[in-house]
Design a binder for this molecule. Structure first.
Ligand code: HMG
Length: 389
């Protein structure tokens, strides 16, 4: 059996702010944002999208008549969920018309949630090879206007189906994990913006990467050169480069160049979206699949997942013959290229329109949001979702 990722899709809303515009507005040298942080554009999330609608819009690309009835596990990884009790996965099941004979739930551990979902889905499909799982990572990354974290905001969703005969990436049996009680990034229940100890979070990320990759290679009797590329959780794309640089000295000059070139392919999409928390690692995987010219079926990819707080996991996957898909690449580029560029004041206005936690009932006009699924407000404390014809 080749249990792994069978389909992968991505959604981000229709707006972005340009990082040069933001740098100029914040009196920063644009190269700090473009090179020092490694971001060129940042997704701005309108109030008519949330983690449920973004997850459903991404999942449209991976659910069709060939697999709809086979999905019996629905996992939403998110740290910006829409209810303290009911999971977004139940809404997702309903919006997508998935089978009621399914387990549907949400997982939270900062940016690690989607990875936890994938590992659980892998075990599930191993036991039930005729069934499939839908795993979605969806988040809205908010730190606040004029904070140090502002340049690392973003949002969107990555949806994946996990199947027995995967066409994209067979998942390794083993992985190496490391967790510890760390206050590097958190979001108390009364806040819509995260709190962060930014430089400390960078250090912990790097430490967890080095620990888990070395443990994985040692335990599985592998060398770094057995891997054809590495993909990282990318809260901002320079962070992955910092991780990669930790292990580059262990490689020859030729291999260093190769890993750096694959890294560039893995950050093409993320540079234009920013952090989407749980989905970021899998957007980077998608970026690698679509933008590398050097990978072949059978190649092994190293995958590093990090969720603040903190949980790290390193595992690998083997590329399957169907990993390239020109139609999928075209669709992702259309999503990114067709977005509207906001001025900084327009972005600030949209940012401020994000619903307050104590907003009560309200109605939102979704006429300008052409996504298939939209959020239209709260009625009698119940969230209202709309499916466009
Ligand atoms: P900062 O203090 O504004 O930036 O915070 P800085 O002064 O550290 O500069 C950033 C980089 O730009 C530096 O490079 C500078 O040298 C460079 P580095 O030393 O890092 O390699 N720089 C320039 N480069 C070229 N030309 C120039 C120039 N000027 C400066 N002219 C920070 C940056 C990322 C800390 C901040 O934005 C932040 O706090 N962000 C949020 C936290 C974060 O993303 N942490 C990442 C690790 S934790 C994680 O991944 C988990 C997370 O996704 C949450 C979850 O799990 O749910 C966040």
């Amino acid at each position: 059996m080749n249990v792994g990722i069978d389909k992968i899709g991505f959604f981000t809303p229709n707006y972005y702010v340009d990082m040069v515009d933001l740098a100029n507005a914040r009196n920063e040298n644009p190269n700090k944002y473009l090179i020092g942080i490694g971001q060129t554009e940042q997704a701005v999330i309108p109030n008519t999208q949330d983690t449920v609608t973004m997850a459903a819009n991404a999942a449209l690309q991976v659910i069709d008549d060939s697999n709809r009835d086979k999905i019996s596990l629905i996992i939403l990884g998110t740290e910006t969920g829409i209810d303290n009790s009911k999971s977004g996965a139940i809404y997702l099941q309903n919006l997508l018309g998935l089978s009621r004979h399914a387990r549907a739930f949400e997982i939270k551990q900062a940016c690690y949630g989607a990875t936890a979902g994938i590992q659980m889905a892998k075990e599930f499909v191993n036991l039930h090879p005729n069934q499939q799982a839908l795993v979605v990572g969806a988040d809205v990354a908010r730190y606040g206007v004029r904070t140090a974290g502002e340049v690392t905001q973003g949002g969107g969703a990555v949806a994946m189906t996990i199947a027995a005969d995967s066409t994209i990436l067979k998942l390794s049996k083993n992985s190496s994990v490391y967790s510890d009680d760390i206050m590097d990034f958190w979001r108390p229940l009364n806040r819509t913006e995260a709190l962060v100890d930014g430089h400390y979070s960078n250090d912990i990320y790097q430490q967890f990467f080095v620990k888990t990759i070395h443990d994985y290679l040692q335990t599985n009797d592998m060398n770094l050169t057995d891997l054809s590329a590495l993909v990282f959780h990318l809260p901002y794309t320079k962070m992955g480069l910092k991780g990669l640089r930790e292990i580059l000295p262990e490689l020859s000059e030729t291999d260093q160049k190769h890993f750096l070139s694959e890294f560039e392919a893995s950050r093409v999409y993320n540079k234009r979206v920013g952090n989407l928390y749980t989905g970021s690692l899998y957007l980077s995987l998608l970026s690698l699949l679509d933008n590398s010219d050097d990978l072949h079926a059978g190649d092994q990819i190293g995958i590093f997942s990090y969720g603040s707080g903190a949980q790290g996991e390193f595992y690998t996957g083997t590329l399957q013959p169907g990993f390239k898909n020109s139609q999928r690449k075209k669709q992702i580029n259309e999503i990114l290229n067709q977005r509207t560029r906001l001025t900084v004041p327009e972005y600030e206005t949209m940012f401020a329109q994000w619903p307050k936690l104590d907003a009560g009932d309200y109605h939102l006009d979704d006429l300008k949001d052409h996504s298939q699924f939209t959020f239209t407000g709260v009625n009698e404390s119940k969230r209202q979702y709309q499916t466009k014809a």
